[in-house]
Design a protein around this ligand. Structure first.
Ligand code: CDP
Length: 133
């Protein structure tokens, strides 16, 4: 059994004006076309906040402020764990640089969105956060 720290994948709940940003995956084939919270793997030596800010610059071309955790830890294969963070925009307009599209959703549209299975674990928390204003 591997006792090293779990490798983290951090995902961003970017909320602005009561809406959440979703990004549409280009792959792999089983996830292509589905919507996720943008993010990616934290590299060794990065804090989760540093790594998530880097991923959001790379994927969306925005500067962000990383806030607290939202929702549960989602176990991933290969000893990785997926965690979501509240994020606000500091500068820039989110642009799909590595996704096929981005869109802003309010709570009802989020509940109806075709989310990737892992991110469904956070649906109730995300809806509650949006409804709390
Ligand atoms: O960008 P990077 O290659 O570092 O990471 P990724 O390939 O986007 O994500 C790493 C793993 O986390 C993949 O298995 C993704 O499917 C998963 N993931 C997820 O389930 N939900 C997200 N919101 C982001 C990533």
């Amino acid at each position: 059994m591997d006792t090293k720290a779990l490798r983290e994948v951090a995902a961003a709940a970017i909320i602005s004006d009561g809406r959440l940003l979703l990004a549409q995956r280009v792959g792999p084939p089983e996830l292509a076309g589905m919507w996720e919270l943008p993010g990616g793997k934290i590299e060794p030596g990065e804090t989760p906040a540093q790594g998530l800010r880097r991923e959001l610059r790379e994927e969306l071309g925005v500067d962000t402020v990383i806030g607290g955790r939202i929702g549960v830890d989602v176990p991933l294969p290969d000893g990785m764990v997926l965690r979501a963070y509240r994020v606000s925009l500091r500068d820039g307009t989110p642009t799909a640089l590595e996704h096929s599209a981005v869109r802003w959703v309010a709570a009802p549209e989020l509940a109806a969105a075709d989310l990737v299975p892992n991110d469904r674990a956070w649906l109730a928390d995300l809806v509650a956060t949006l409804n709390a204003g």
